[in-house]
Write a protein that binds this ligand. Structure first.
Ligand SMILES: Cc1cc2nc3c(=O)[nH]c(=O)nc-3n(C[C@H](O)[C@H](O)[C@H](O)COP(=O)(O)OP(=O)(O)OC[C@H]3O[C@@H](n4cnc5c(N)ncnc54)[C@H](O)[C@@H]3O)c2cc1C
Length: 434
């Protein structure tokens, strides 16, 4: 059987290969980089492994948890019980399991009106958690009611620049003035749903299991998906052998939308949809110190608007000496072209204003996600239908990735599973028609 060609070895690409293998279908993954995992990779540096992006998962995610079970990965570590947000120049706690005292402190920081808005917003997200996704109708209703303007225009200023910015920065690397309510509702539905953990020893083990026995061609950049008479005909590649073409009749692209749009000519309505998707760049700095840096019950800090550091947290609850600094948001984007040592200095300087660092660095790793994190688009449900319809117009082509079902590892696996199902359904339909 001819292999399916997959573009990209991030979690969407690895997941796609895995779901194909379950159906007995071979695949070849073309990956431009030298490692698997993409934006959720775990990079070896000296005697440390650094998680440079996605690592936390929810016990409520069906596909991710099914794979953990299949791979016999059973050792997990709990995620932080909450966040501290810099508001009015102090650290205000936002606990996932709420307490009256916590609520009162938060209410005094965001005001009574803001507190009511926040309570109503979270209640809606929690009550409808199972229906808030890009495959049910509810998110479309949210889009119709709310997506006429950005998040900041819907809520009090203190709420939008405080607790709600937490969602936009951590999950979208963007400001509330740059994202739309439907996406925030999607994020919030996951907040407090199930329990949140990370894999002991790192997310790399998950990728290693997915990658096992797969044919991954590292250092292979796909530059074009070739089509002929509306069918996929091949891939134009650049690898160690230079530029060349490989014949292919079935291709699943799993690269981000901002890469995919350059690989193939879509009908106009598909181009409009893919162009509407926004990505926001960020840098992730892992620093290990020789003494604890987080103290006094603080494990995770969300910084104020205008700070170059969006968010930072202890890598695990029990590692207060290992800090993940995330340079995200508008102010961070202005400095991302600075050299690594400057980014580290700026991150530490910002952090020290809230918590002094009385420790020395022992390991540093700087990762730049210059392609960015997906901020979706207003009224995305309709755009997604157009995008999928435009891809369907090229037979043998499918897409998976962070821009279709939510940009979490579960969203990526869902998109991979659905792409495989669509590809197989279309192949069967074509062979029956012939
Ligand atoms: C800082 C950060 C923290 C995050 N935290 C979490 C979290 O805690 N939990 C969670 O669930 N999610 C988290 N996410 C989101 C999650 O990591 C991403 O949604 C997910 O990793 C995206 O995977 P992907 O396979 O769709 O894309 P990518 O990981 O981007 O994979 C695409 C792959 O394609 C390759 N590629 C690109 N162009 C080409 C080409 N032309 N030819 C061949 N190969 C190509 C790339 O090198 C890459 O390996 C986080 C993301 C970031 C950035």
């Amino acid at each position: 059987m001819d292999p399916v060609h997959i573009i990209g070895a991030g979690i969407s690409g690895l997941g796609t290969a895995h779901y194909l293998a379950k159906q007995g279908i071979p695949s070849i993954i073309h990956e431009v980089g030298s490692y698997a995992g993409g934006r959720a990779a775990c990079i070896k540096s000296g005697d440390h492994s650094f998680e440079i992006g996605g690592k936390n998962f929810s016990s409520a995610w069906p596909r991710f948890n099914a794979l953990l079970e299949e791979f016999n990965l059973t050792e997990f570590e709990d995620q932080h019980p909450g966040f501290h947000i810099v508001m009015n120049d102090t650290l205000v706690a936002l606990q996932k399991s709420k307490t009256l005292a916590g609520d009162l402190r938060l209410a005094s920081a965001i005001g009574t009106r803001g507190a009511f808005q926040f309570r109503n917003f979270l209640a809606f997200a929690r009550q409808n958690a199972d229906k808030l996704n890009y495959t049910s109708g509810l998110i479309e209703q949210v889009e119709k009611t709310w997506d006429h303007t950005t998040i900041d225009n819907h809520f009090t200023k203190k709420l939008a620049t405080g607790p709600l910015r937490l969602f936009s920065i951590i999950m979208g690397a963007a400001e509330p003035s740059e994202l739309y309510p439907s996406l925030m509702m999607l994020f919030a539905s996951g907040f407090g749903k199930g329990s949140h953990h990370a894999i002991a020893g790192g997310i790399g083990q998950f990728h290693d299991n997915l990658a096992a026995e797969k044919d991954i061609r590292f250092g292979s950049r796909v530059t074009r998906i070739l089509t002929h008479n509306g069918h996929v005909a091949g891939l134009e590649l650049k690898d160690e052998n230079g530029a060349h073409v490989v014949p292919a009749s079935r291709v699943i692209s799993t690269v981000p939308a901002n890469v995919f749009k350059h690989l193939v000519e879509l009908p106009a309505y598909g181009r409009v949809a893919v162009e509407a998707l926004r990505y926001f760049p960020l840098a992730m700095i892992n620093v290990v110190y020789d003494a604890p840096v987080f103290k006094e019950g603080v494990h995770s800090i969300m910084f104020e608007p205008g700070a170059p550091l969006g968010h930072c947290s202890a890598n695990r609850l029990h590692t207060p000496h290992h800090v993940r600094y995330t340079l995200s948001g508008k102010a961070a984007r202005e400095i991302l072209d600075k050299p690594d040592h400057e980014l580290v200095r700026i991150a530490e300087e910002t952090f020290s204003k809230r918590m002094p660092i009385n420790a020395n660095r022992t390991h540093v790793h700087v990762a730049r996600h210059s392609g960015g994190i997906c901020g979706y688009a207003p009224h995305f449900t309709g755009l997604k239908k157009d995008l999928l319809r435009s891809v369907e117009s090229i037979s043998g082509l499918e897409i998976a990735g962070d821009y279709l079902e939510g940009h979490t590892m579960e969203g990526c696996l869902t998109s991979a599973d659905l792409a495989v199902s669509r590809l197989l359904a279309n192949t069967t339909e074509r062979s029956q028609a012939a």
